[in-house]
Design a binder for this molecule. Structure first.
Ligand SMILES: Nc1ncnc2c1ncn2[C@@H]1O[C@H](COP(=O)(O)OP(=O)(O)OP(=O)(O)O)[C@@H](O)[C@H]1O
Ligand SMILES: [Mg+2]
Length: 237
């Protein structure tokens, strides 16, 4: 079942395109990896899908009842955001939908859901800890739980493993794989070759104003894919 269809879109800022003519689809349960060099437009693409910035042209259509506010989002980290003076539980609950409508805090159901999301990610024992006292990998797991408060249909992750060591990275990708196995569609920006090689169904590679979008196998046969793998030191047969 289709979730998103992007048709001939141009993305960029103030009328100045970073990339034009981009078409893509995301289906229920898909795992889409977005790769490309720094500045190629990966975060711009993610922000466009989220309607944080408008496409300069073309259309992005949500299908089968997917709503804008049903997309969980883990933004690319700047460091500043990590100093939330809040508990783990408060950070996760801040991912609730329609928060502005409520005057008297969170409902029992929302609190139960927050604990459930934390326990899925192995962080429920830290729910009362100050967020800034967690390690980088633990913080990423809490921010993933926050993104999951909005939905379990589709989450967008912008470089979730940045600044994590190898074992925290492997652990985080394991968690993301298991979320995908349980039916959540994933759109993830990454510089790591491994998720693209192992987990992704589809790849979007942005490069110098052009792009590849298609299946993982198609990508491995494409010129862009073969060059990317060669640079990353992989010889894929
Ligand atoms: N708010 C903005 N206003 C104007 N131009 C921007 C803005 N944000 C990014 N850009 C420009 O758009 C281009 C794409 O940036 P983007 O952040 O999408 O790249 P990226 O692929 O996510 O890179 P990275 O791997 O470094 O995160 C860059 O040339 C960047 O300078
Ligand atoms: Mg980026």
């Amino acid at each position: 079942m289709r979730l998103i269809e992007g048709n001939d879109i141009a993305i960029g800022y103030e009328g100045d395109p970073v990339l034009s003519g981009l078409s893509f689809t995301v289906d229920e349960g898909d795992y889409l990896c977005i790769v490309g060099e720094n500045g190629s437009g990966k975060s711009t693409f993610i922000k466009t899908v989220l309607s944080l910035i408008p496409p300069l042209s073309g259309s992005i259509v949500f299908e089968n009842g997917l709503r804008q506010n049903e997309i969980g989002y883990l933004p690319q980290q700047s460091g500043i955001q990590r100093d939330f003076p809040s508990s783990v539980m408060e950070v996760v609950l801040s991912g609730c939908l329609n928060r502005h409508k409520r005057l008297f805090g969170y409902s029992k159901e929302e609190k139960e859901r927050a604990v459930y999301e934390l326990s899925r990610l192995g962080m429920d024992s830290r729910k009362l800890s100050p967020f800034q006292e967690l390690s980088g990998g633990q913080q990423q797991r809490v921010l993933l739980a926050r993104a999951l408060m909005a939905t379990d249909k589709l989450i967008l992750l912008d470089e979730p493993s940045a600044a994590l060591d190898a074992s925290s990275t492997a652990e985080l990708y394991g968690i993301i794989d298991s979320l995908n196995d349980s039916g959540t569609a994933i759109m993830m920006v990454t510089h790591d070759i491994h998720p693209a090689l192992n987990a992704a169904d589809t790849i979007l590679h942005l490069s110098h104003g052009s792009y590849f979008f298609g299946t993982r196998d198609g990508y491995f046969r494409s010129e862009m894919g073969r060059n990317f793998l060669k640079e990353a030191g992989h010889d894929h047969q």
